[in-house]
Design a protein around this ligand. Structure first.
Ligand SMILES: [Zn+2]
Length: 283
């Protein structure tokens, strides 16, 4: 028996996913009896308090657990440009840099991806969902463009993550691109470009071989992401069906816990189905 009746999907800020035509109908195939609704992004039009909370959960040193991140900065107020970055996220050039409550600042150029602690973000988002919907009838899944990460006790460092399951669950659209490892060729090419002092963002694949390699991993704006995130929605729903253990060992199943982009594309697109074992559990 399913414990939940409603699934609430919150769109990502850049609105790049096709939730209406792809994600919802795909999920509904496996869970025909649940009611799915679409909602606005949670972290859009945020105030300074939420912006400050987001700055406070950034990870500046991936080798330290969250409790030790703030040691050196505990007594400092967040920098103005960091607050503005969060308020204006996703970063777009603005005609004016003056903000009524926090003043004027110089545009900062963020080259590196900013990492946020996934469990702390989950805790923050929990305060922003409707209290009447926090019981087990409801599953909240928030698509978020910021990159989340969680600390591992095994190798004592943070790892970028695609999903954080729980109340609410988070799917990081940036995590889909950045968290599962790309094919080895990609890293080799990146090293070669760096060695020749070429701009690494300017990937200049041209040969057939290189084009084939490109299909083995996802890029920003890749339409395949819609089918990939559908698989992550299923993994989150099975997290609740199975009480915390959704993953399947069959690489041809959408519940396979992919660590490589190639595995992810294979399990979500090449087969694009659940194995029988899990299909039975969903009904
Ligand atoms: Zn399976």
């Amino acid at each position: 028996m399913l414990k939940f009746k409603y699934v609430h999907l919150y769109g990502n800020q850049t609105n790049t996913l096709d939730l209406v035509n792809i994600v919802v109908p795909e999920v509904q195939k496996y869970f025909p009896s649940i009611i799915i609704d679409l909602r606005r992004p949670v972290l859009s039009n945020i105030n300074e308090i939420i912006a400050e909370a987001l700055v406070s959960i950034r990870i500046s040193n991936i080798m330290k657990p969250f409790s030790r991140q703030l040691e050196k900065e505990a007594c400092h107020r967040p920098r103005l440009e960091d607050l503005v970055y969060e308020i204006r996220f996703p970063w777009t050039p603005a005609s004016s840099n003056t903000y009524p409550h926090i003043g004027t600042f110089e545009d900062a150029y963020y080259k590196e991806l900013i990492l946020y602690d996934g469990f702390m973000m989950q805790r923050l988002l929990r305060t922003m969902i409707n209290e009447n919907e926090t019981n087990t009838d409801h599953v909240h899944i928030i698509f978020e463009d910021r990159l989340v990460c969680t600390f591992s006790d095994e190798d004592w460092r943070y790892h970028a993550r695609t999903i954080v399951s729980g109340v609410p669950s988070i799917i990081s659209t940036t995590g889909v691109i950045e968290a599962p490892a790309r094919p080895k060729e990609w890293y080799i090419k990146r090293m070669e470009l760096a060695a020749c002092d070429l701009h690494v963002d300017n990937e200049r694949e041209s040969s057939n071989e290189e084009r084939l390699a490109m299909n083995k991993y996802l890029k920003y704006g890749d339409n395949r992401i819609n089918f990939i995130v559908t698989g992550y929605v299923l993994q989150i729903l099975f997290f609740f069906v199975t009480e915390g253990d959704p993953f399947c060992t069959d690489i041809g199943c959408r519940l396979y816990n992919a660590h490589w982009q190639e595995e992810l594309i294979y399990s979500q697109l090449k087969t694009g189905n659940l194995c029988d074992k899990w299909f039975v559990a969903a009904i």
